[in-house]
Design a protein around this ligand. Structure first.
Ligand code: ZN
Length: 439
C-alpha cells in the first residue's frame, strides 16, 4: 500500500465529519482529536468491478505513536460517520495512555527487522492480540461510561462482566482467566482488531507511509499537558468528564519523580561545589618552590567536603524510612568521595543528640522521640568541627526552621506530602511509604 495520490474529497469530508462528531461526544478531548494527523492509504479494489473494498486490517484506523491515524478510504466511505468518530476517540485513548510504551510485547529499543510478535505475513502473535484487547478494555470502559458503545467485535468490559476502572495490565490477566473459562465452555474471545503500533509499539507495514508526519516528542508532551490541565479545569467546574480521564489527568500532571536520582544529583552538585573551591594555600610547600630559591609559592589544595546528616527522629518519621534513606545517601557519598568516608550524623527531636560517626548505614543507631525542632539539629551540625560544607536534613518538614541560611549548603529530603522546607534550602520530596512500595 502507498499513500493516496490525490486526497479524495468525499473521504476527507466524511473524516472531518467524524472528527466533529467525536469532539461533540467528548469535548474534553477536542484538542487531542484535532491533533491526529490523517494519512490516507491506497484503497484495495475489487479486481472485477474496480470498486473500493474496505480492508479489515485497517478497520480500527490504526495509529502510530506520532499521532498519525492510517485511513483506508474504502472504510471511511462504508462507515457511518459515528463509527469512524468512535475509532478516533478510541485511538486517542491508546495514544494518551501510552499503551505502546507500556506494551509487554514491544521489541527491545533499537531492535530492527521482524519481531517475534509480527509473523512473516504481518500477522501478530497471540500475545500481541491479547495485549491489544486488554488495552482496548481499559479505553472502552471509559467510552461505555459515556454511552459510547463500540462496533461489534471490540472488547466490552461491561458485556464480558469484567470490573470497571482497571488498567490494561490488570485486564490482561482478567482476560486470560476469562478466556480459559470460555474455552472450557466451547467458545473463546473473538480476535482482536488491530489498533496499530500506538497500541503495542510494534511497527506495522503502513507505519512507514506517513513519512515522518505527525507530532514531535515535544509537541506530544505539550499536547498531553494541556489536555490534562483542561480536563482538571472541567472536572473542578463539575462539568461531565468520566472518572477514568480525571484520574489520568491527575497522574499526568503529577508524574512520579525519581527521587533517588534527584537526591543523588543534588548531593553530587553540593559536594562538587564545595570541593570545587580550589584554594591557593600556603599550608603545604609547592614542589616547584625549590626552583624559586627563597620564594615560597602557594600549593593548590582541593579539600574533601565535610558532610553532616541531620535526622528527624521525633517519631512522626518511621525508622525503616530513615534507615533506607541513610542507606541511599551513604551509597551516593561513597561514589562521590570514595568508599569509607566518615559521615557525621545527628539524630534530632526537640534537641540534637550526640553526634555519631558512621562509615556505613548499618552502624547508625536511631535515638529520639516526641516533638520536632530541626533548628536544634542544624545548629548542632554547624557547631561540629570541622564545620560541614554540606548538611543533609531528613524530615517530614513538620518543624520550625532557622530563619536564615546557615553558612553551609543545605539539602532537605522532605518525607511525605505535607511538610515544608525553607526557601534557602534545596529540597527533594520523598514518598512516605517508600519502604512498603519498594521492598
Ligand atoms: Zn484499540
Amino acid at each position: 500500500m502507498t499513500a493516496g495520490t490525490a486526497p479524495d474529497e468525499e473521504v476527507m469530508a466524511k473524516f472531518a465529519g467524524a472528527r466533529l462528531w467525536a469532539c461533540h461526544q467528548a469535548p474534553y478531548l477536542a484538542n487531542a482529536i484535532f491533533a491526529l494527523t490523517p494519512a490516507l492509504l491506497e484503497p484495495g479494489t475489487d479486481p472485477d468491478t474496480g470498486a473500493w473494498v474496505p480492508d479489515p486490517a485497517l478497520a480500527a484506523f490504526p495509529a502510530n505513536t506520532d499521532w498519525v491515524v492510517h485511513i483506508d478510504p474504502a472504510t471511511v466511505l462504508a462507515n457511518p460517520v459515528e463509527r469512524t468518530g468512535w475509532w478516533l476517540l478510541h485511538q486517542v485513548g491508546h495514544l494518551v495512555r501510552g499503551h505502546a510504551a507500556r506494551s509487554p510485547v514491544r521489541p527491545a529499543p533499537g531492535a530492527t527487522g521482524p519481531t517475534h510478535a509480527m509473523g512473516l505475513e504481518g500477522q501478530r502473535d497471540s500475545a500481541a492480540h491479547r495485549w491489544n484487547q486488554a488495552a482496548d478494555a481499559e479505553i472502552n470502559d471509559d467510552l461505555e461510561t459515556e454511552g459510547l458503545t463500540g462496533p461489534d467485535g471490540v472488547i466490552s468490559p461491561r458485556e464480558l462482566g469484567l470490573p470497571g476502572n482497571r488498567m490494561a495490565e490488570e485486564y490482561l490477566s482478567l482476560l486470560d482467566v476469562l478466556d480459559d473459562a470460555l474455552v472450557r465452555g466451547g467458545t473463546s474471545l473473538s480476535d482482536a482488531v488491530d489498533c496499530g503500533s500506538a497500541a503495542d509499539g510494534i511497527e506495522r507495514p503502513w507505519d512507514r507511509t506517513a513519512g515522518g508526519a505527525g507530532l514531535s516528542e515535544l509537541e506530544r508532551e505539550m499536547l498531553e499537558r494541556s489536555l490534562a490541565a483542561g480536563i482538571q479545569e472541567r472536572a473542578s467546574a463539575r462539568s461531565d468528564v468520566p472518572g477514568g480521564w480525571v484520574r489520568w489527568a491527575e497522574a499526568r500532571l503529577r508524574p512520579r519523580i525519581d527521587w533517588r536520582a534527584q537526591v543523588g544529583s543534588l548531593i553530587r552538585k553540593g559536594l562538587a561545589e564545595t570541593s570545587g573551591r580550589v584554594d591557593f594555600s600556603y599550608r603545604r610547600p609547592s614542589r616547584r618552590a625549590a626552583a624559586y630559591g627563597d620564594f615560597v609559592t602557594p600549593a593548590m589544595t582541593r579539600p574533601v567536603p565535610e558532610t553532616a546528616l541531620v535526622l528527624d527522629t521525633s517519631g512522626s518519621v518511621t525508622a525503616p524510612v530513615l534507615e533506607r534513606l541513610v542507606g541511599e545517601v551513604t551509597g551516593i557519598i561513597d561514589k562521590v568521595s570514595g568508599p569509607g568516608r566518615r559521615l557525621r550524623v545527628l539524630c534530632c527531636d526537640t534537641k540534637a543528640h550526640p553526634v555519631q560517626e558512621i562509615r556505613k548505614a548499618a552502624e547508625l543507631r536511631l535515638v529520639g522521640g516526641g516533638g520536632t525542632d530541626m533548628r536544634a539539629g542544624i545548629e548542632a551540625a554547624m557547631e561540629l568541627r570541622p564545620t560541614p560544607d554540606l548538611v543533609l536534613v531528613m524530615t517530614d518538614g513538620q518543624t520550625p526552621w532557622p530563619e536564615r541560611r546557615p553558612p553551609a549548603k543545605v539539602l532537605v529530603c522532605l518525607i511525605g506530602d505535607d511538610g515544608r522546607a525553607p526557601d534557602w534550602a534545596a529540597r527533594v520530596r520523598i514518598p512516605a511509604d517508600v519502604e512498603e512500595k519498594e521492598r
